[in-house]
Design a protein around this ligand. Structure first.
Ligand code: AKB
Length: 317
């Protein structure tokens, strides 16, 4: 059967790169991208304006393209979510339920939905946080991701909907701007290092968080979506990680390429409290065992890639 793929929320950090990867794999015309506004650079394949909260409009999209796979990426992230909690809850939950319902109605073969390390909280084990443990998220983003995971598993058990999900750590990329997260410092730092040679970090020097280079994240996502259904033992969301590091570690890695780079630290940023409730490192053995996950980029490798790619990107845009 020929695949027909819809990405909802395709203009964002993940969507931009996932769309390119899926179009390479399945062909440009087979992947429909959609968002609430036009993308900055024209889409090489079909694009539709759609608001995930508008169920009728979403239904028309499903009716028009009869998708076999749906990727729901429209979401409010942790930092912005704390500024507008009700809006974040509504978009993250109603958007997911709209997509799950329509996917059942239209017989979609596979759905992908991103969860996050934000499902963990202050009482979760901080180091090597396991797949199953105490989860007491204290941000609205974390609440919505935890509830969303429960809904995904519920739709799998109740309706047989093949939903697959990853708990992404901080994602580091250069192609598209990040959208209001707590881990975004690890992207801003590269922009400022290249533009100004210095950066004021909104997290403290020793805040260690799990991270993942985007190329690994996209490869992992496609790997999960290609895995045989019977191999998947988790239908809520898989732990997944690359290297864990602090702002101080990252600044040292940047200095290997830009020796004059300097960093200082802003105090009292509200994002510090969010980061303090999250794991420092993640145990992703279920992903490794179930579908062969293995990251390729460590801190040194992702730093080298970010600097050379972003440098070129900034020079040409
Ligand atoms: C955020 O910082 O909000 C996201 C995430 C870890 O889910 N990058």
């Amino acid at each position: 059967m020929e695949e027909s793929i819809i990405i909802i929320g395709s203009n964002g950090q993940i969507g931009t790169e996932l769309a390119t990867a899926l179009r390479l794999k399945y062909g440009e015309s087979r992947v429909v991208t959609s968002d609430i506004r036009q993308p900055i650079t024209a889409s090489p394949g079909p694009f539709e304006i759609v608001n995930v909260l508008d169920k009728e409009a979403l239904q028309s999209l499903f009716e028009k393209y009869r998708p076999t796979q749906v990727y729901l990426l429209a979401a409010v992230l942790s930092a912005v979510g704390e500024q507008q909690p009700k809006m974040a809850w509504d978009l993250n939950m109603t958007g997911l339920l709209n997509v799950l319902d329509l996917s059942v109605e239209y017989g979609v073969n596979k759905v992908f939905w991103p969860s996050s390390i934000a499902v963990f909280g202050p009482h979760s084990p901080k180091e090597e946080t396991p797949q199953y443990c105490v989860m007491d998220p204290n941000t609205v983003y974390g609440l919505s991701k935890q509830a969303g995971e429960r809904w995904c598993e519920y739709y799998f058990n109740k309706y047989g909907l093949d939903v697959r999900s990853i708990r992404y750590p901080g994602l580091i990329s250069w192609k598209a701007a990040p959208g209001g997260g707590t881990t975004d410092y690890a992207i801003h730092i590269f922009h400022e290092a290249l533009r100004k040679g210095s950066y004021t970090c909104f997290l403290s020097a020793d805040t260690r968080l799990p991270m993942l280079y985007m190329e690994d994240a996209i490869r992992g996502t496609l790997q999960l979506m290609d895995a045989p259904s019977e191999k998947l033992t988790i239908r809520s969301s898989y732990n997944l990680t690359g290297p864990s590091f602090t702002p101080s570690d990252l600044s040292e890695a940047i200095k290997q390429h830009i020796p004059e780079f300097s960093i200082d630290y802003a105090e009292n940023d509200p994002r510090q409290a969010i980061a303090d409730g999250w794991p420092s490192s993640i145990n992703d053995e279920y992903a490794r065992n179930d579908w062969g996950w293995k990251p390729q980029f460590d801190l040194a490798a992702l730093t080298a890639e970010m600097i050379s790619n972003l440098k070129q990107h900034l020079e040409t845009t």
